[in-house]
Design a protein around this ligand. Structure first.
Ligand code: GTP
Ligand code: MG
Length: 302
């Protein structure tokens, strides 16, 4: 392959929380690098997913979803990570849920017209549309906004129309040298992925408010020949939350530990010995200094 024919570019996935950005990234990569859940504000960090197809290297940036609650330092941090990923990329993918374009979307995309030659509106979750004939008029309304160069309806979960989306991205990718080896899929470490898998298992097993109060920190990650030893702290903000996470006679924490271990064993392809501790760190979601020591730092997003 001649060097001049190579294409490479950064593609960010942005949009409101819960629209399916991380599900889409995992589907494109064919591998889970970004955790997902039906609860809002799942992704907290910017992370890269890399897909190389022949002479084209697509470097995707998954971001935290935008959300209106700006009050806490953690929420402000997440919105900042998302807006910084809207700038300086080669292709911007703005994801929405089918038939759902809001005032907030309008505001968030206002800057696209000036900043981006190449922007794609992804209308996700088309599998949820009851009346299929509703889709075409919606696409027409979106197209009349004149904000996006392409509009691609997909279902990330049901793997519908992903090839059309890839084709649209490839057509917009600039000429350039590849930055990563062709078999590299992400820039995240196994240690970081472990903390995220554990956080995902917490999110799915607790009530609606608690997910935003939980942070996971890996204290030990030691790889031996046939086993990986992982110790992790789960931080919450209050003693009452600690009880909710541990559950009656430790049942909830045990379930979180088992589900995390099984998935980590699958990902790491080895046995995993996992120990979890729940600790209270009062007010961590609204304390910039604490956020920084816990790895939420705009300078280094992970
Ligand atoms: N029915 C349906 N559900 C989907 C689809 N794509 C994603 N979901 C679900 O939508 C929920 C949110 O998905 P995520 O991928 O976590 O969404 P996100 O945009 O990354 O959310 P944040 O990280 O919070 O910004 C999950 O329960 C997914 O399974 C889809 O195409 N169809
Ligand atoms: Mg996400």
């Amino acid at each position: 392959m001649s060097e001049q024919n190579k294409k490479s570019g950064f593609i960010s996935l942005v949009g409101k929380t819960n629209v399916g950005k991380s599900t889409l990234l995992n589907e494109i990569l064919g591998q889970k690098i970004s955790i997902t859940s039906r609860k809002p504000q799942t992704t907290r960090h910017r992370l890269l997913g890399i897909k190389t197809i022949e002479d084209s290297q697509m470097i995707f940036i998954d971001t935290p979803g935008f959300h209106a609650d700006h009050k806490r330092a953690l929420n402000q941090y997440m919105n900042k990570v998302a807006s910084s990923a809207m700038k300086g990329v080669d292709v911007l993918i703005y994801v929405i849920e089918c038939l759902n374009w809001t005032e907030e979307d309008q505001q968030l995309t206002n800057q696209i017209r000036e900043d981006h030659e190449a922007s794609i509106l992804v209308i996700n979750k088309i599998d949820k549309i009851h009346q299929k004939e509703d889709l075409l008029p919606f696409i027409k309304i979106m197209s009349d906004l004149h904000l996006f160069s392409d509009i691609v309806p997909i279902s990330a979960l049901k793997k519908q129309n992903i090839t059309a989306l890839i084709d649209s991205i490839l057509a917009k990718l600039p000429v350039g040298q590849h930055i990563y080896p062709s078999d590299q899929v992400s820039d995240i470490s196994e240690r970081f992925l472990a903390s995220e898998i554990i956080r995902e298992k917490c999110i799915t097993r607790v009530g609606d408010e608690l997910p935003y109060r939980i942070s996971v920190s890996i204290e030990k990650f030691i790889e031996e020949e046939n086993i990986v030893h992982i110790d992790a702290n789960l931080f919450v903000e209050k003693n009452s939350q600690k009880g909710m996470l541990i559950g009656a006679s430790g049942s909830k924490l045990k379930a979180i530990g088992t589900a995390s271990r099984l998935e980590l064993e699958e990902i790491l392809q080895t046995k995993v010995m996992l120990n979890l501790w729940v600790k209270v760190k009062t007010g961590w979601t609204d304390d910039e200094a604490m956020l920084s020591t816990m790895g939420y730092d705009l300078g280094k997003s992970r």
